[in-house]
Design a protein around this ligand. Structure first.
Ligand code: ASP
Length: 725
C-alpha cells in the first residue's frame, strides 16, 4: 500500500475489532500485540511473508467468484456447496441426479472433472501505483487517462504472465488510491470429490438464505490436480493431486462462543467508500430495479421449470443465482433503511468537508474532487434505466446473451490484443470457450423465450430519448404480445447459436463471417453488442474521471480518520479477524451463535426446503453422533455466527482458529448484515459459517467416507489435528 496508508495503520488498532477486510500487507502493518490480544496464536509473519510471496494465506484459493482453501497436502479443497454447484449440475441428469442425491468419490479415479473449473493460488502482491499513475500523459482527458491506465495494467499483467500457469491482475483499491499487481498460480484440473445432497447443502433453501437461525450444510470438497511434474495442466488421466505447501488441518475441537476466528478469502465488491449521493442512488434505483427485473425472471424460470423436469435441471444454476441476488437486494434495502447508512455517510462526509476546509491549502483539491464526483454522478444517473436494462440483456435470456457474446468477441478480436477490452483478450479465450460450451447445459428454450419476451417488453417501455435501438429495430417501438411472441419464435427457429458445435465455430469467426450466416438471433445479438460496446466507452470515460478524482478525496477521508482503514473489497485476498458471537436482531430478541442437528430436525417438514434426507434423519434419531457432539451443546453443531467482515465472494472462505486450523467454512451473512457492504455495524455484523464438525459428522456417520476421512488425517474415535503448516 502507499506510504500514507502504512503510516496510518501503524499508529492505532482498528475502530471495531471485527471491522476490516485487511490485505495481506496490512495484516503485517497491524499491531502484533493487538492481533495477539484478539486471539491470533501464530506470529503474523506466518500468515504472510511478502519476501517469499507466500505463507498460510496461500492456502486460501480463489475459485472464480468464490473462495476455498486447501485442507490437505494432496490438493483437497473445501468450499461451499453453492460454489461447487455448477460442477454438480454439470454431472447431473434426471437419471443420475447428483443435485438431489449428492456425490462421494470412493477413490480418486471416481472424482468428476469440472469443465472450465479453475482455482488460483496466491503467490505475490506488488505495489504498482507509481507505474500506473506514471503512465498517464500530461493533459490527458478522462478517456485518454482511462486508456493509458488500462494499457499499463495490461502490460504489467502480460509481463507477469510470462511464467507458465500464471494468472495476474492489477487490482484497483478505493478507486485508484493504490494499484497492486496480484500474482497467482492457476490450476486448471479441478474435480468434485464430495457434495452432500441438496437437502443438506442447501437445507432451508431460499427461505433461510441470508437468515439466522440456520441449519445448512453448505460445504463441498474438490481436488486440484497437476501434471506428474507438478506443473499446472488441463485435465488428463495422467495428472496427479496438487501438492499444497500450505493447508489448514481440520480442527476436531471446533469453536465455542467467544472464540477468536479469522475468515480468509476473496470478498467481491463493497461500497463503503462511495459518496452518500452515490449510495443513495443504489438505494433509490439500483436495488429496487433488481427486485423488479430479477423477481420477474425468477417467476418465469420457476413456472417453466415446473412443466419440464429436464428444463428444471437446466435452469437450476441460473435460478439459484438469481434468487441469491434478488434476496440480497431486499436485504440491502432493508439494511440501508434500518441502519440509516446513507444518512450516516452524509454526516461523515460533511465532517470531512468541514475538517478539510480548515486547511484548504492542503485539502482544496480533495474538496474540488468531491464536487466533481458528485457532478459525474448526476450526469450518469440521467441514463440509468437504459443502462440497467442493457446490462441485463447479458444476464437473463441465454439465447441473445450467447449471440451477443460471440458478436462481441468477433468485434474485439479485430483489434490488437492490448487494445481490446480486458475480458476479450487472448488470455481469456479459453475461458470464453469453456463458458460458451458450459452454457449448453443451461439451455431451456421455453424459459429462454419467455425471458426474452419480458426483456423486450421492458425495453419497449423505455422513454423515447433512451431507447435500445437493437430492440426497436427487431421488434418495433410499441409492444404487442402477439408480434413479440411471433418474432421471438422466428429468431429461435432460425438460429444456430444454440447448437453447441456451431456456436463454438462462431467463436472463431470474424464480424463479416458472422453477418454472412444471416442468422436472425445472431443479427439481433450483434446489434445489442454494438450498443453495449458504445456503453462501455462511456463507462471507460467515467472510470477515467473517477481515477482522477476519487483518490484525492479518499486520501482526505483517511487522513481525517487517523486510524487504519481497510480498502473496499475488490476480489483480492483479505483477512477478517472476528469472534464467535450471537446478536440481537430486534428489540427483545437474542440470537445464540450456534445451531445443532436437533434444531435441524425440528425444522424438518418433509417438504422442500426442509426435507432432511432419510439417512440424516435416521442417524439423528438414533443420536448417532460419533465423536462429533459439542461437549457444551451435547449435540452435533451445525452452523455458527461470528462478527467477521465479509461479503459475496467470501463464500467458501476458510474460517480458521488462532492456530491456523479450520473450524468452519463461511457461507453467508445474516439478514440484518446484508447492507454491511455500505457500512460496518458491530451490533449486527455477523457472518454465517458451517461448523467443520458437522462436515465430519456427515462424512463419518452418514456417508461412511472412511478413505476421505483418513486422507484428512481424521481417525475415527481418535481426533488428530496438527498445527497448521
Ligand atoms: N451467501 C453469500 C454469497 O453467495 C456470501 C455473502 O454474501 O456473505 O456470496
Amino acid at each position: 500500500m502507499k506510504k500514507t496508508l502504512l503510516l496510518l495503520s501503524l499508529v492505532a488498532a482498528p475502530a471495531f475489532a471485527g471491522e476490516g477486510k485487511w490485505t495481506p500487507q496490512q495484516v503485517l502493518e497491524l499491531s502484533p500485540a493487538w492481533l495477539k490480544a484478539q486471539g491470533l496464536q501464530l506470529p503474523p509473519s506466518k500468515l504472510w511473508d511478502p519476501k517469499r510471496g507466500t505463507g498460510l494465506l496461500a492456502g486460501t484459493v480463489n475459485t472464480g467468484g468464490c473462495s476455498g482453501s486447501f485442507i490437505s497436502a494432496s490438493g483437497l479443497i473445501i468450499t461451499n456447496h453453492h460454489c461447487a454447484f455448477s460442477i454438480i449440475q454439470e454431472h447431473s441428469s434426471p437419471q443420475k441426479d447428483l443435485i438431489t442425491n449428492g456425490f462421494l468419490a470412493k477413490s480418486q479415479a471416481e472424482e468428476l472433472p469440472g469443465k472450465g473449473s479453475r482455482v488460483q493460488v496466491p503467490r505475490g502482491f506488488k505495489d504498482v501505483t507509481a507505474e500506473v499513475n506514471g503512465a498517464v500523459p500530461q493533459g490527458a482527458d478522462d478517456l485518454a487517462r482511462y486508456k493509458a491506465i488500462d494499457r499499463k495494467q495490461k502490460e504489467l499483467v502480460a509481463e507477469c504472465e510470462k511464467r507458465p500457469a500464471t494468472r495476474c491482475q492489477v487490482a484497483t483499491f478505493d478507486g485508484g488510491v493504490n494499484y497492486t499487481l496480484v500474482d497467482a498460480v492457476e490450476l486448471q484440473d479441478v474435480r468434485l470429490v464430495y457434495a452432500p445432497p441438496r437437502a443438506v447443502g442447501e437445507y432451508g433453501g431460499e427461505e433461510d438464505n441470508w437468515m439466522w437461525p440456520r441449519h445448512t450444510g453448505d460445504f463441498a470438497i474438490i481436488r486440484a490436480y497437476t501434471a506428474p511434474d507438478g506443473a499446472s495442466a488441463a485435465f488428463s488421466d495422467k495428472n496427479v493431486p496438487y501438492k499444497a505447501e500450505f493447508f489448514f488441518p481440520l480442527s476436531t475441537e471446533g469453536v465455542k462462543p467467544g472464540d477468536f476466528v479469522m475468515v480468509l478469502g476473496y470478498p467481491g465488491t463493497t461500497f463503503r467508500t462511495l459518496l452518500a449521493d452515490e449510495m443513495a442512488e443504489r438505494q433509490a434505483r439500483y436495488y429496487p430495479r433488481i427486485r423488479d427485473v430479477l423477481g420477474e425472471a425468477i417467476r418465469i424460470l420457476e413456472a417453466e421449470g415446473e412443466k419440464d423436469p429436464a428444463g428444471k435441471i437446466a435452469v437450476a444454476s441460473q435460478l439459484k443465482g438469481l434468487h441469491n441476488v434478488y434476496k440480497n437486494a431486499g436485504g440491502q434495502l432493508a439494511g440501508l433503511k434500518r441502519g440509516h447508512i446513507v444518512e450516516k455517510q452524509r454526516d461523515a462526509e460533511a465532517g470531512t468537508v468541514a475538517w478539510a476546509q480548515k486547511d484548504a491549502a492542503k485539502w482544496g483539491d480533495a474538496l474540488k474532487a468531491r464536487e466533481a464526483l458528485l457532478a459525474e454522478q448526476q450526469e450518469s444517473s440521467k441514463t440509468f434505466d437504459r443502462e440497467f436494462l442493457l446490462n441485463m440483456s447479458g444476464r437473463l435470456a441465454r439465447g441473445p446473451a450467447l449471440a451477443t457474446s460471440v458478436s462481441r468477441l468477433a468485434m474485439e478480436r479485430a483489434k490488437p490484443d492490448l487494445e481490446r477490452r480486458p475480458e476479450y483478450m487472448d488470455r481469456e479465450l479459453p475461458r470464453i470457450k469453456d463458458r460458451l460450451e458450459r452454457e449448453q447445459k443451461n439451455l431451456f428454450l421455453a424459459a429462454d423465450k419467455a425471458l426474452l419476451h419480458a426483456f423486450v417488453k421492458r425495453a419497449q417501455a423505455l422513454p423515447q430519448d433512451a431507447r435500445i435501438a437493437a430492440v426497436d429495430a427487431a421488434f418495433g417501438k410499441t409492444y404487442s404480445e402477439k408480434d413479440v411472441s411471433a418474432k421471438i419464435d422466428s429468431l429461435y427457429a432460425g438460429t444456430k447459436v444454440l447448437t453447441l458445435a456451431e456456436r463454438l465455430k462462431m467463436a472463431d469467426e470474424s464480424v463479416g463471417q458472422l453477418a454472412a450466416r444471416r442468422d436472425p438471433l445472431l443479427a439481433f445479438g450483434m446489434e445489442l453488442a454494438k450498443e453495449q460496446a458504445a456503453l462501455d466507452d462511456t463507462r471507460d470515460r467515467r472510470q477515467g474521471a473517477s481515477s482522477r478524482l476519487r483518490p484525492a478525496w479518499r486520501k482526505a477521508v483517511m487522513a481525517q480518520a487517523g486510524k487504519p482503514i481497510a480498502p473496499d473489497a475488490n476480489s483480492t485476498l483479505r483477512v477478517s479477524f472476528a469472534k464467535v458471537q450471537g446478536y440481537t436482531p430486534r428489540d427483545g430478541a437474542l440470537y445464540l451463535p450456534q445451531t445443532t442437528l436437533t434444531g435441524m430436525m425440528q425444522k424438518h417438514t418433509g417438504e422442500e426446503p426442509f426435507n432432511a434426507p432419510e439417512k440424516v434423519r435416521a442417524a439423528a434419531a438414533a443420536k448417532k453422533f460419533g465423536q462429533w457432539a459439542d461437549p457444551r451443546l451435547k449435540d452435533v453443531p451445525v452452523d455458527f455466527l461470528a462478527d467477521a467482515d465479509t461479503t459475496g465472494g467470501n463464500s467458501g472462505s476458510p474460517t480458521v482458529n488462532g492456530k491456523g486450523q479450520l473450524v468452519g467454512v463461511n457461507f453467508d451473512r445474516v439478514w440484518e448484515n446484508v447492507a454491511n457492504d455500505f457500512g460496518y455495524n458491530p451490533d449486527v455484523a455477523r457472518n454465517v459459517n458451517v461448523d467443520v464438525r458437522y462436515l465430519l459428522w456427515q462424512l463419518d456417520q452418514v456417508e461412511d467416507a472412511d478413505a476421505l476421512l483418513r486422507e484428512l488425517n481424521i481417525r475415527k474415535g481418535k481426533p488428530v489435528a496438527k498445527e497448521a503448516r
